[in-house]
Structures are given as C-alpha cells and as structure tokens.
Design a protein around this ligand. Structure first.
Ligand code: GLC
Ligand code: CA
Length: 556
C-alpha cells in the first residue's frame, strides 16, 4: 500500500465554535468575536490545533448566519472586522489556526446580488440565482425545502419563482453562471489573503443542480425530495476542481466539504488523495435518521450499534489510502453526542462521553469537537414550541403538527428533545455563575439548567472529568503517528454491544474496544495482550469483560 501523504491537517484536532452561543463579551446576550478572543487561551490549553468558526459574516440571521448578506463584512452583533483581525492575530500568536465557514450554495435574500437580481427579468444579475417560470400556474417542480414547504418562492414583481433549498430568505446561487464562480473565488481569495487557514464548505455537495429540474420522489404530502437532482450534481466536481485550481491550490489550507448525500464513492472524488478538490468531507450516514423517521429526520429512537458500526467501518475501510475521513459525533446541526449516542443520565454521562470520544478519536481521520462536547454538555428539554429557536424545528412543527396534523404537539416536542438542532445551540456552560458565565445580560437562548454541575470550570478542576480525558486524547494524537496514520482493521463484527478495531503502523498495533451499553459484556480482546494501555475511562479492568461504557486502548 502506498505510503500515506503526511499533512498537518491530518494530524490536527478541530474545534467548532458556534459564535452566537460561545461567549458574550458586552452583555447583550449574544456571543461575539471579542468573546471568542477571550477564550482562545482555554482552547490552547485544551490542545486543539484548529478552530472552525460557524459563519460570522453580515447576516439578517434568518438561519443564524447561514444566510449571508455581505461576505466581506462581520455580523453587527458579533463585532467588527477589527475584532476579527484581532481574533485571528491572537489565535495565530497562540499557534491556533482559523477555518471559516464558506456558505456559497446560497446567499441571504438581503444580499445586494439578490436585491438586484429580483429587481427585473433584465437585471444583469438575474442569472446569479435560479429563476423559473411557473408550470401550470404552480411551482416549476415539486422539490421540498430542507426547512419544510416548497423549495420555490413566487416573486410577484417579475412573475417567476426562485429556488431556495433552505429558507425563503436563502436563495440558491446559480453556479452554472461563470460570473457567480468568479465572484465566489475572488471573495475566497480575499479571505485567504487575510491569512485565514481554511474553509468548511456549507452544503457544497448541493451546488450543481440537474439542469432539467425533474420532480423528486414524493416524501411527505405531495412535495418531493430533491436529493437525486441536487446531491453530487452533474458539475459539482468540475466546479470544485476549478475552485481548487483558482484558489485553494495557492494556499496551505484545511478544506472540508459538508456533503449531504455523499456516498463513499463520491467522497473518493471530493477528498481524493491527489488533492485536486477538497481535503476531506463530512458525510451524514452515521447521524442520518433512523428508518421511519418523520421527513427523514424527526424521531425519538436511538441509533443501534451494529448499524452505526457498519456505517463507520465502511467509511474507514473504503477511504483507506484513497481519501481522508473527517470524524464527528455532533455539530451545530446535530443533537449532543452524549445524549444521542451515549447515555446522559447522571450515572453514565461521564463514562459514556469518554467512551464515545475514545471510539471516535482513535479512528483514522481528522476529529472534530463541537463546543461543550469536551466537557460533556447534553441535550436540552423543550417543554413548548415557544422554547424552540431553530427555523428548521419551528417550520417542521408548523407543517407536521399544525397544518398536516401528522403528529401531535407533545410527540413532536419529544422528537425535538432527541433530534433538534437547538440542542447544540444552547450557550456554552463556562461555570456555575449566573447564565453559566456565558453573558452578564439576558442570553439570546436558554441556558441548559444543568450548568451548575456540567460546566468547563468544574470539569477543569476535576482530574477525572470528560475535559481532562479529551485533553489526553488530543495529546496522544499529537505524539503517536499510529493515531492519524495507522491502517484500520475492524473487529468483533457480530457484537451487539462493542465497537472494537485495531490500527496498524510500522509494526505497531493499537487495540481499541468500546462498550456502547450500560451492561457488562464479555470481551477477550485484551486477554494475554501485552503492551501499554494508553488511555481508558476505567482505572481497573475485569478479566474477560468490558464494564458498562468501558473504553480501552492498548498500544503493542
Ligand atoms: C448547513 C449548515 C446548517 C444550515 C444549512 C443552510 O447544513 O450546517 O446549519 O442551516 O447548511 O445553510
Ligand atoms: Ca455580545
């Protein structure tokens, strides 16, 4: 097998910041750039290498910054470009890199391009977006927005529909138009010249639409799923290769594409080892809904280990030597890792959070930590729809509970407790003071009431905490090349409870076993195995078994 190319971003650990909920500095209840700057020493201490910032650009905040009205300016609530420059400089002084979120599948409807584009059919920017005539007096096709309802919005003024795969306030850019690509690539170059260290590319697998715009397969009601005509579309690789030639290849960047609908075969193209497109992609297969979930997302069922393991193993094995994996349990669009894949009951929270971290951080690929995950933040509880903020949840409630009556309110709220993006968006719990130390004002979104027990300060003071365990995992990756580069070998494929695997590099072997249940289970992987235990969430082991949520890693 060819020697894996060694690159800094393959050895790095990435930390995602959702700025709105990270740290407020001026008491307005909204996280901001100065708040991030003040917490950089915390991230340095944790040991991560790179920060991925969810969008900080000018935005009317219909989708919390994923609707951008000016790519070269900062969201008013987050501060100024001077605050950004200071943050970047401070990060670089500390040896931390900053990766920007690049949201270029769509803009805000308040972006000057869209304002101009919608002004008339003859506008020179008309073709910057996707405009279509009505079909039989209705939308051009049945595509459903990711945030419920039709993906087409009728514009009275010019009598045409525009496409928005997300909210109405997020019109899709027309990547077929070379002028759109010029603008996007110029803007990216501008940020690269500023000295940023990479891009996380929002829904980048969706930028090339099938130009025939065929109807999708109906899912809920008579609206259709656009996936086959949008995900990994006809020209997506061509566009990314052009982006690579014109921008990415000129700098030393970390690039990761958020790739809804990506398969392993597609990932081998996006993240090919020759580096002609992106460094890596986020796939969704392990976080994707459980069969039977409403609209492919809403459920209160827990993932089942054998399927979860089969999915992750497939990605490990298939990408070996061909493309690079990115590893994550959660992010700003997913519920909290410990609540979803582990067990957030007080008895098991710490053990299961450590177990999950072990399982992920010992795999091959670049691991991502979502803010608060490193000390075990959990899901929130939503008692009423008024408690919810996320546009996806609110629209889904309106459609499936109020209009279509497919489920009742309490059921939907139970689904939200399990799956809503709001779970990840409650403010970071820094300490046990008012508002968890997030703000001195009124927080923009409810602080999880469990902050008195679960907070960064308490975790830092406790050597047995989830925080110190993450710190150790990060340090191990930096000291042992087998962790980033070892070849993956799956084990115990019949087990209902254990996720186990080996990694191999230069005559060394790492043996990893994780019990995903609250029961003791038989496991003889470590019997007679000589070597050094490099990390475990239990101080003592029992012969022939893994204890509840036990994780062990031995280097031999
Ligand atoms: C991505 C983002 C998500 C956003 C959507 C539209 O999936 O991660 O937060 O709502 O794209 O930009
Ligand atoms: Ca603020």
């Amino acid at each position: 097998m060819a020697e894996e190319k060694r690159l800094w971003w393959k050895e790095a650990v990435i930390y995602q910041i959702y700025p709105r909920s990270f740290q407020d500095s001026n008491g307005d209840g909204i996280g901001d750039l100065a708040g991030i700057t003040s917490r950089l020493p915390y991230l340095k201490e944790l040991g991560v290498d790179v920060i991925w910032l969810s969008p900080v650009y000018k935005s009317p905040n219909d989708d919390n910054g994923y609707d951008i009205s000016d790519y070269r300016d900062i969201m008013t609530e987050f501060g100024t470009m001077a605050d950004f420059d200071k943050m970047l400089q401070t990060a670089h002084e500390l040896g931390l890199k900053i990766v920007m979120d690049l949201v270029v599948n769509h803009t805000s409807d308040e972006h000057p391009w869209f304002i101009e584009s919608r002004s008339s059919k003859d506008s020179p920017l008309r073709d910057f977006y996707i405009w279509k005539d009505p079909k039989n007096g209705k939308a051009p096709n049945n595509w459903e927005s990711c945030f419920s309802g039709s993906a087409w919005e009728f514009d009275e003024k010019t009598g045409q529909y525009y496409l928005h795969l997300f909210s109405k306030k997020q019109p899709d850019l027309n990547w077929e138009n070379p002028k759109v690509r010029d603008e996007v690539f110029d803007m990216m170059t501008w940020w690269c010249e500023k000295g940023i260290d990479g891009f996380r590319m929002d829904v980048i697998s969706m930028i090339s639409k099938d130009q025939r715009f065929p109807d999708g397969e109906p899912t809920v009601g008579d609206l259709g799923f656009y996936g086959p005509y949008v995900y990994n579309g006809p020209r997506v690789h061509e566009f990314l290769q052009e982006m690579n030639r014109r921008v990415l290849s000129k700098y030393d960047l970390l690039t990761v594409g958020e790739a809804a609908g990506v398969t392993v075969d597609e990932a081998k193209k996006y993240a090919n080892a020759e580096g002609t497109e992106l460094g890596m992609v986020f796939h969704f297969e392990h976080v994707e809904a459980i069969p039977g979930a409403l609209a492919g997302k809403w459920t209160d069922k827990k993932p089942h280990l054998p399927e979860l393991r089969a999915t992750l193993n497939k990605w490990q094995l298939e990408l070996e030597g061909k493309a690079w994996n990115s590893l994550y349990w959660d992010n700003h669009d997913q519920p909290r890792a410990v609540s979803r894949f582990g067990n957030d009951a007080p008895k098991w929270r710490v053990l299961s959070a450590k177990m999950l971290a072990t399982c992920l951080h010992m795999m091959k690929g670049t691991p991502y930590i979502y803010q608060g995950e490193e000390f075990g933040m959990t899901n929130m509880h939503f008692a009423t729809i008024e408690d919810c903020d996320d546009i996806q949840a609110r629209n889904a409630y309106q459609q499936y509970v109020v209009e279509e009556k497919l489920v009742d309110g309490p059921t939907m709220l139970r689904y939200f407790d399990e799956m809503s993006r709001d779970n990840a968006r409650t403010p970071v719990q820094w300490d046990d003071s008012a508002n968890a130390g997030f703000t001195t004002g009124k927080p923009w979104f409810t602080v999880n009431p469990n902050y008195k027990e679960i907070n960064a300060k308490a975790a830092m003071a406790d050597p047995e905490s989830v925080y110190h365990y993450y710190k150790k995992l990060i340090a191990l990756r930096h000291s042992l090349p087998i962790i980033p580069y070892g070849v993956f070998e799956p084990l115990l494929l019949d087990s209902e409870s254990i996720y186990a695997y080996k990694r191999h590099l230069d005559g060394q072997t790492l043996t990893v076993a994780c019990n995903f249940t609250d029961k003791e289970v038989a496991c003889d992987l470590f019997e007679g195995l000589s070597g050094e235990e490099i990390i475990s969430n239990y101080k003592e082991h029992k012969a022939g078994v893994l204890q509840p949520y036990e994780a062990r890693v031995v280097l031999s």
